[in-house]
Design a protein around this ligand. Structure first.
Ligand SMILES: NC(=O)c1ccc[n+]([C@@H]2O[C@H](COP(=O)([O-])OP(=O)(O)OC[C@H]3O[C@@H](n4cnc5c(N)ncnc54)[C@H](OP(=O)(O)O)[C@@H]3O)[C@@H](O)[C@H]2O)c1
Length: 278
């Protein structure tokens, strides 16, 4: 599902509670509002709300409500994983029988969430990435045994507000997902940095090198996204035999090149994810 396909959330049941309105949480909040979610059905728990969040209280959003509210239809947990033990107890009054809980915390497993929340809670663990901030993230989601088909659709609708959504039934792949798409934007930014430095070394003025790298990475990414061709074919299409691109690719695709480095890097990130999950 892409952002453009994402459904209107005007009829989504409320209340919807967001725990943690930082970078990711706020991106989701913006996505929901852009899809017609009524601010009056939103509750945000956040100790240091940004001005933009506080401003939404004028449109009916409830920020850190003191009075005990009714159970939420859905809850999205977007605090840092290390904050979870202190933050999750605040949810108890909001988790009722039919409440759907979605966690986007890196490394926090379904089992951890099941232990931290009332028994029998429907829980979806999801891993988005930072292009979520412009509605162009990709999220992989997995639900526990309590998630109904309807709740799965609802979780998909909420997550689609920040980009594409893929489902898996195998939580075991989440560390590899985190290593590929969760951390992936950093690899792409590093590519732009390295291209800039290499361009400067090759004799380009720094500002021009940075602009050429940025636009090349961004434009190629957009071309890859829109094209029916796969990445390998698009690469071959800019590579004439014996030409300049071929000379560069001989290095990049040779021993110790891109493939090998990325395989090692993603394996290291996957291992680290497993270690952090305990
Ligand atoms: N950023 C990424 O690339 C990425 C990718 C995939 C998944 N994630 C996951 O998304 C989650 C959020 O990441 P982020 O980058 O958005 O972090 P963030 O900007 O630090 O947001 C977390 C927010 O939670 C707030 N918070 C702290 N304690 C709280 C409490 N007890 N109750 C309610 N809110 C509390 C924080 O407030 P303070 O600032 O006052 O502490 C902060 O505003 C993390 O679990 C992360 O693993 C992030």
């Amino acid at each position: 599902m892409t952002k453009a396909d994402a459904k209107s959330l005007a009829k989504f049941p409320g209340p919807l509670l967001l725990l943690g309105a930082g970078k990711m949480g706020f991106a989701m909040l913006e996505g929901w509002l852009a899809r017609g979610f009524a601010p009056g059905k939103l509750i945000v728990l956040e100790p240091q709300p940004a001005k933009a969040v506080t401003a939404l209280t004028r449109r009916g959003l409830k920020l850190n409500p003191k009075a005990k509210a009714a159970a939420a239809a859905a809850i999205v947990i977007a605090v840092k994983p290390q904050t979870a033990p202190q933050a999750l107890p605040a949810l108890h009054g909001f988790v009722g029988k039919g409440t759907l809980v979605i966690s986007i915390m890196a490394g926090r497993t379904l089992r951890f969430l099941e232990n931290a929340l009332p028994a029998g809670t429907s829980i979806v663990r999801a891993m988005p990435n930072t292009p979520a901030a412009i509605g162009r993230g990709i999220t992989v989601a997995v639900g526990n045994g309590k998630v109904s088909a309807r709740q799965r659709r609802q979780a998909g609708d909420l997550l689609a507000a920040i980009g594409a959504v893929e489902w898996t039934d195998d939580e075991g792949i989440m560390d590899a997902v985190t290593a590929l798409s969760g951390s992936g934007p950093a690899y792409v930014f590093l590519l732009a940095e390295a291209m800039t430095k290499a361009g400067i070394t090759a004799g380009l003025p720094a500002e021009l090198a940075a602009k050429l790298a940025r636009e090349t990475v961004a434009g190629s990414g957009e071309l890859l996204r829109r094209s029916a061709l796969d990445a390998a074919t698009l690469r071959q299409n800019v590579t004439s035999p014996g030409g300049t691109t071929a000379a560069a690719l001989e290095i990049l695709m040779g021993p110790g090149g891109f493939d090998e480095l990325l395989t090692k890097a993603i394996a290291a990130a996957t291992r680290r994810g497993r270690e952090l999950a305990g």
